[in-house]
Design a protein around this ligand. Structure first.
Ligand code: SAH
Length: 212
């Protein structure tokens, strides 16, 4: 276990802090969540690799830096309700759960959602609620959200998600572009939406009504 702890600390310094992640709450959360609990057993020795890894159902757990960049852009203070679309392994939900009050995660593959629920319970995370379905439409039942994180690339910012943002709320979503995806931050102020590209990235496609 010390081995995983040492690799995790090393990941935080070399992959995150050295590459522009400076939000101390994000760095602390990523230094605490055991990524090895969210990858398939045969890949555990690669849990802190600087890359995405397969998790089944042709999906991947995102590269640590990407999870950190999304969390940093959301600028969470701790009291927010967060909607996460594309929970996958549950790793990013576990990180978000340390940064906000409550996380609602939506995953379209039931097998992944089941695995994520087990992994989250296994590491003692109790403020994530998981749903199976098409998250491209969001989850209006619990809106508005202080922040929304989308972990799969969309053709355009999903209007349903923007509509479910609280005033001043933040949405991070990868938008498909000609060469790869643009990880994009949107902020809602009344009817006005400000948008800013954070980084070029590569994600699996968002499949659904407001996806592909
Ligand atoms: N954040 C995840 C990364 C998962 S990859 C992690 O840390 O492991 C993106 C996930 O989005 C995949 O699991 C995929 O099944 C899911 N996905 C794609 N389209 C979706 C949609 N419309 N609604 C919910 N989940 C979706």
């Amino acid at each position: 276990m010390t081995d995983f702890a040492a690799r995790r600390a090393d990941m935080v310094e070399r992959q995150l802090r050295a590459r522009g992640i400076e939000d101390e709450r994000v760095l602390a959360a990523m230094g605490e969540v055991p990524r090895e609990a969210f990858v398939p057993e045969r890949l555990q020795r690669r849990a802190y690799a600087d890359s995405a890894l397969p998790i089944g159902a042709e999906q991947t757990i995102s590269q640590p830096w990407v999870v950190a960049a999304i969390c940093q852009a959301l600028a969470l203070r701790g009291d927010e309700r967060v909607l996460e679309v594309g929970t996958g392994s549950g790793y990013s939900a576990a990180v978000l759960a340390r940064l906000a009050a409550e996380v609602i995660g939506i995953e379209r593959h039931e097998s992944l959602a089941r695995g994520a629920a087990a992994a989250l319970a296994g590491v003692g995370v109790d403020n994530v609620r998981l749903l199976v379905g098409d998250g491209s439409r969001g989850y209006p039942e619990r809106a508005p959200y202080g922040a929304i994180a989308v972990h799969a690339s969309a053709p355009a910012p999903p209007p349903a998600l923007i509509a479910q943002l609280a005033e001043g709320g933040r949405l991070v979503v990868p938008i498909a572009a000609a060469a790869g995806d643009d990880l994009t931050l949107l902020r809602r102020y009344g009817d006005r939406v400000e948008s800013e590209v954070i980084a070029p990235c590569r994600f699996v496609p968002l499949i659904g009504e407001e996806g592909f």
